[in-house]
Design a protein around this ligand. Structure first.
Ligand code: SDX
Length: 374
């Protein structure tokens, strides 16, 4: 009994209308739309709308959600005061976890947990995550804060606030596609954490905080940063094969590979691989691309394991000159769309999530007085 369902593998923990995966065939969809169509055509704002309304927006609905998102980009005063301290003391994911938790204190909707208030809070959270990450980075780098530009998309505005220069259209579109690809993924660990928290009828900020905490780990969202560290450690493509073989000999996991559900290529990795290749060509710097190719080939030859979303995301963000320790916070900037939609879905048809256990401790035994214990 102890090992049955270890890691809840194969257990249906909740019903959802938000996304679906066929792990055998490598199919992912959001609300019925193929991830390939969404990656090729959708903007992240359309995905936020889709996940929260279960339909693609009309032109006027899209204009309206864009405007709402653009208006909610500034953190509230309490969080703005907290950010310099966090920038001086905390790692990026710890900052995000704390700042999002702190955001609840001054949310304009206060402790209103109505459906309408929760929707407004969800949009506010989607809008503010990128600003928290960009402001944090500029504060720790002693650089002037760049206020959000309401005329830019969420993706383009993030790059602008982070770097201080407006990205060209191709770069902004590529980053937007990264956000589209990461927005939701059924019952992954962080989404499940958010739903468990929400199912106690705790508030949406608490659920987002729980989700960030779960995403941070290297077996989940933290893997993209670990991939870039591995690429840097390998240094040149000709050293990749030996490095990976040594890792396997030491029974270590190669970050960015394997998945609980996909038994074939993760369809998001297909797009991220293409983008990494395009960026390698565009920048004239094939370095990360060549090392990644060699890693992928070796892992496939040795273990038959496919790359997951985190593997090529690392190269793409690297080519976009984003600091490595912001990769996982960027994952959160996208996944907050899915988390918040899942939490609203959970509230709409709630039951406490409380699994059972398999006991493996000692059989019932007699109490031993302190004086008789060896
Ligand atoms: C994400 O679920 C989601 O939706 C998550 C995600 C999302 O969008 O939210 O897709 C994002 O979190 C991607 C995963 C990021 N993590 C990593 O890249 C870390 C490296 N990967 C692995 O540790 C692992 O593949 C997991 C954590 C992703 C999945 O773990 P499982 O399902 O518990 O699988 P397992 O560890 O039991 O592995 C099964 C077998 C084992 O071999 P055996 O003991 O049976 O011989 O596959 C091997 C593992 O050793 N294996 C690996 C491996 N992944 C699996 N061996 C080496 N390197 C790996 N990466």
């Amino acid at each position: 009994m102890a090992n049955a369902g270890k890691g809840l593998e194969g257990v249906v923990a909740a019903e959802t209308a938000l996304s679906d995966i066929d792990g055998q065939q490598g199919i992912l969809s959001y609300v019925g739309y193929s991830i390939h169509d969404l990656a090729d055509n959708a903007t992240f704002e359309e995905i936020i709308y889709l996940l929260h309304h279960l339909e693609l927006p009309t032109e006027s609905q899209l204009a309206s959600i864009r405007e709402q998102l653009a208006q909610e980009r500034e953190p509230n005063g309490f969080v703005s005061e907290l950010l310099p301290t966090l920038a001086a003391n905390a790692a990026p994911m710890s900052m995000l976890r704390t700042a999002v938790s702190a955001s609840s204190a001054k949310d304009p909707d206060g402790w209103d947990v109505s459906e309408a208030a929760n929707y407004r809070k969800a949009i506010r959270l989607c809008a503010v995550f990128p600003t928290l990450v960009a402001y944090y980075h500029r504060l720790r780098s002693d650089e002037k804060l760049i206020p959000p530009d309401p005329n830019l998309s969420l993706a383009a505005n993030f790059l602008y606030m982070l770097k201080g220069d407006k990205a060209d259209d191709d770069t902004a579109r590529m980053f937007d596609t990264c956000l589209v690809l990461h927005a939701d993924h059924t019952m992954n660990a962080s989404t499940f954490a958010a739903r468990v928290c929400a199912a106690t009828l705790s508030d949406i900020h608490s659920a987002m905080t729980a989700a960030i905490a779960a995403l941070k780990g290297p077996l989940h969202g933290g893997a993209n940063e670990a991939v870039m560290k591995m690429i840097k450690e390998i240094k040149t493509a000709d050293k990749a094969r030996d490095y990976i073989i040594k890792k396997f000999a030491n029974k270590e996991k190669v970050m960015g590979f394997g998945h609980r559900v996909y038994k074939t290529e993760d369809p998001r990795a297909t797009h991220l691989r293409r983008m990494a290749k395009e960026l390698a060509e565009k920048t004239g710097d094939p370095h990360n691309w060549e090392i990644s190719q060699e890693i992928e080939k070796t892992v496939m030859d040795e273990k038959g394991i496919y790359p997951n979303v985190d593997f090529y995301a690392a190269s793409v963000y690297g080519y976009l000159q984003i600091p490595t320790d912001l990769f996982t916070p960027i994952f959160a900037c996208s996944r907050v769309a899915g988390w918040s939609a899942h939490v609203r879905e959970q509230y709409a048809d709630n039951r406490l999530i409380r699994p059972d256990h398999g006991y493996v401790g000692p059989a019932p035994r007699d109490w031993t007085p302190l004086s008789d214990r060896g």
